[in-house]
Design a protein around this ligand. Structure first.
Ligand SMILES: [Zn+2]
Length: 170
């Protein structure tokens, strides 16, 4: 009995082998007709990357950045009509500029809540807002104030001139 099973498995294996050989030969013929090589075709496949927001999206390295930006936009629930917040005029390492990522945002809100337990906290996950609408919808007034205060406290003040700051000069 065991011998029979082994025999039939062996036969199956042989059939499978001859099938894959035939297919490989066919592929090699097709690729050759097109003037390519099997290596160039299989390497090309490896260059595809998978989108972190949707694994069914396969991307080339070239299209990666544009795709990630638009796919993340969609993944975070924004639509075509949403207007993104403007990009900062100053470079991100400028003392006049601050970049708030998710971690920093959480820290700011957590610290503000510790300092003022009466502070109103919103519901759900707080993604870093990308539109002004989202800032108003996702964050309570207290949270917006906490983030605003943090930004003011941690960025250099622009020089707006003494004429305006000194009321006696008016
Ligand atoms: Zn995607």
């Amino acid at each position: 009995m065991l011998k029979n099973i082994n025999e039939s498995r062996k036969q199956q294996l042989e059939e499978l082998e001859s099938f894959t050989n035939a297919i490989n030969e066919k592929i090699a013929n097709i690729v050759e007709t097109l003037g390519w090589t099997v290596e160039s075709v299989t390497n090309m496949d490896k260059e595809y990357l998978t989108c972190p927001y949707d694994p069914s999206h396969r991307l080339t390295e070239k299209s990666l950045n544009d795709h990630l930006a638009s796919c993340q936009w969609k993944a975070e629930g924004y639509g075509k009509l949403d207007v993104p917040l403007s990009e900062p005029f100053f470079p991100t390492d400028s003392p006049l500029c601050i970049k708030i990522d998710k971690q920093l945002q959480e820290q700011i809100l957590k610290k503000a809540k510790e300092q003022n337990p009466a502070m109103q906290i919103g519901m759900g996950e707080r993604l870093v807002p990308r539109t002004s609408d989202r800032i108003v919808i996702d964050f309570t007034r207290d949270e917006r104030k906490a983030i605003y205060d943090y930004v003011i406290a941690n960025t250099a003040k622009p020089n707006i001139g003494e004429d305006i700051t000194n009321i006696n000069n008016l």
